[in-house]
Design a protein around this ligand. Structure first.
Ligand SMILES: CSC[C@H]1O[C@H](OP(=O)(O)O)[C@H](O)[C@@H]1O
Ligand SMILES: Nc1ncnc2[nH]cnc12
Length: 290
C-alpha cells in the first residue's frame, strides 16, 4: 500500500499550521484551475503532511468561489491519502456549545452554485456518498481533538448552505426542528463529495462558533464573535493537526470502508465512448481506474 500522507484543509481563521519539518509552500497546477493558495508541505513524526487554507491566506475566497475541485485534485496530486477538514460552524443543539468540536458524519447539501463533480460529459461516474465521511479517520480526529483538550461530540449532521449570508430565523428553525441537523456551515459540500470521487478518506471537524439564529438566548450570528471563538480555539486546532500523524501509521492499509476504492464500479461511460481530452483531466483523481 501507499504511505499515509495527511492533508489538512483549514477553514475560517486557520491559515497555516506550525511545526512541520522541512516546510515549504508549494504551488500546484491542476486541470481545474488554481487551488485556493499554495500548499504548505512538510512532515511531522515522520509522516508527510500537506496543509491548504480553504479560503486562501488573507481569506480571499468566499464559500461559493472556493475552488473545491482544484483543492482536492491538488491534494491528491501531492499524494495525500487522508483529508481532515476543519471548519467554523454554527450549532443547532444546546449541548453543542461554542468552543466544542463535532466530528461530522452526515451532510444535507443545500449548495447550488458550485461545481460538484470531477466527472461529466465524456466520462460519467456515480459514486456513493451514503456514508460521506471516513469513520476510521473521524475516530482518529476525535482522539486527537480530545487529546488537545477539546470537548468532542462524535457524530453530527452538517447542513451545507450556499451563503454568504447567514440563515434566516425560519431557515434556522427548519434545519434544526424539521430536518434534524446539528451544525451548519458553508463549505463542506461539495468538498466531501469531491474527496470521495478522488478516493480520499475524508473527515470533518466542526469547530462550533455560534448558535446560528434559532437560540432565544443568543443574538444573531456575527463574524467578529465567530472569529473571537475561533481564536480562543486556535491552540486546540493546531494541537489537533499535530496529533494526527502519531495516530495514523506511516504505512497505510486499505480503508475498511472502501473510501480509497470508491471508483471501482462507478464509471459508466464505455472506454471507447470516453472523451480523451476530458479523461486526461482526470489523471490525478481517477488515474487508478482509467
Ligand atoms: C467566518 S463566518 C462564515 C464562514 O466560516 C465558515 O468557513 P469554513 O467552513 O471554511 O471554516 C463558514 O462555512 C463560512 O464560509
Ligand atoms: N451560523 C453559521 N452559519 C453558516 N456558517 C457558519 N460558520 C460559522 N457559523 C456559521
Amino acid at each position: 500500500m501507499n504511505d499515509t500522507v495527511i492533508g489538512v484543509i483549514g477553514g475560517s481563521g486557520i491559515y497555516e499550521i506550525e511545526g512541520l519539518e522541512g516546510s515549504e509552500w508549494v504551488a500546484v497546477d491542476t486541470p481545474w484551475g488554481e487551488p485556493s493558495d499554495r500548499i504548505l508541505t512538510g512532515s511531522l513524526n515522520g509522516v508527510r503532511m500537506a496543509f491548504l487554507p480553504r479560503h486562501g491566506r488573507g481569506h480571499v475566497h468566499s464559500p461559493t468561489t472556493v475552488p473545491y475541485r482544484a483543492n482536492i485534485d491538488a491534494l491528491k496530486r501531492l499524494g495525500v491519502t487522508d483529508v481532515v477538514s476543519v471548519s467554523a460552524c454554527g450549532s443547532f443543539r444546546e449541548e453543542m456549545a461554542p468552543g466544542d468540536f463535532v466530528i461530522v458524519d452526515q451532510f444535507i447539501d443545500r449548495t447550488f452554485a458550485r461545481e460538484k463533480s470531477f466527472f461529466g460529459t465524456g466520462c460519467v461516474a456515480h459514486v456513493s456518498v451514503a456514508h460521506p465521511t471516513c469513520a476510521r479517520l473521524g475516530a482518529v480526529a476525535a482522539e486527537a481533538a480530545e487529546a488537545a483538550g477539546a470537548k468532542v461530540h462524535r457524530g453530527g449532521t452538517y447542513l451545507a448552505m450556499e451563503g454568504p449570508q447567514f440563515s434566516t430565523l425560519a431557515e434556522s428553525r427548519m434545519y434544526r426542528e424539521v430536518w434534524g441537523c446539528d451544525v451548519i456551515g458553508m463549505t463542506n459540500m461539495p468538498e466531501a463529495k469531491l474527496a470521495r470521487e478522488a478516493e480520499l478518506c475524508y473527515a470533518s471537524v466542526a469547530m462550533i462558533t455560534d448558535y446560528d439564529s434559532w437560540h432565544p438566548d443568543h443574538g444573531e450570528v456575527d463574524v467578529s464573535e465567530i472569529i473571537r471563538t475561533l481564536m480562543g480555539n486556535a491552540e486546540k486546532g493546531r494541537a489537533l493537526a499535530a496529533g494526527l500523524p502519531g495516530r495514523l501509521s506511516g504505512e497505510r492499509a486499505a480503508c475498511g470502508q472502501g473510501c480509497d476504492r470508491a471508483l471501482d464500479h462507478a464509471i459508466l461511460t464505455r472506454p471507447e465512448a470516453r472523451d480523451p481530452e476530458f479523461v486526461a483531466k482526470l489523471d490525478a483523481v481517477a488515474g487508478r481506474v482509467l
